[in-house]
Design a protein around this ligand. Structure first.
Ligand code: HEM
Length: 85
């Protein structure tokens, strides 16, 4: 069953996110700080891979630790959901 949070965003589990890794389904999603973004339109996330990082999971720590950019890279993507705890 689908649930929604207070802002009306659908809430997905880790395993639902994991299916959007670029291999199991058409969709390519990744999460940062619990917000799920659809990066399927990005050339830089083709097949779910972005410089040694795989979609389908929350990459908060990886971005904060390894990325040469800030979280502003998400500005142009739509938040499509929230990750459940
Ligand atoms: C070794 C680590 C990483 C490298 C070398 C890397 C490199 C890059 C580069 C060069 C760009 C394009 C230029 C820019 O927007 O600054 C980019 C964009 C982006 N990165 Fe990373 N990144 C890394 C890790 C991550 C991680 C962990 C995330 C977390 C989800 C992430 C998310 C994104 C997103 C969403 C974009 C925007 C894509 C687009 O505009 O099409 N990156 N990254």
């Amino acid at each position: 069953m689908e649930s929604f949070d207070l802002e009306g965003l659908p809430v997905y589990s880790k395993s639902q996110l994991a299916l959007r890794n670029g291999e199991d389904r058409e969709e390519i999603w990744t999460a940062y700080n619990g917000i799920i973004y659809d990066v399927g339109s990005s050339r830089l996330w083709r097949n779910g891979k972005h410089y040694e990082h795989w979609a389908g999971q929350d990459l908060t720590e990886e971005l904060d630790r390894d990325a040469p950019h800030t979280k502003n890279v998400f500005d142009k993507f739509k938040a499509i959901g929230k990750l459940s705890n």
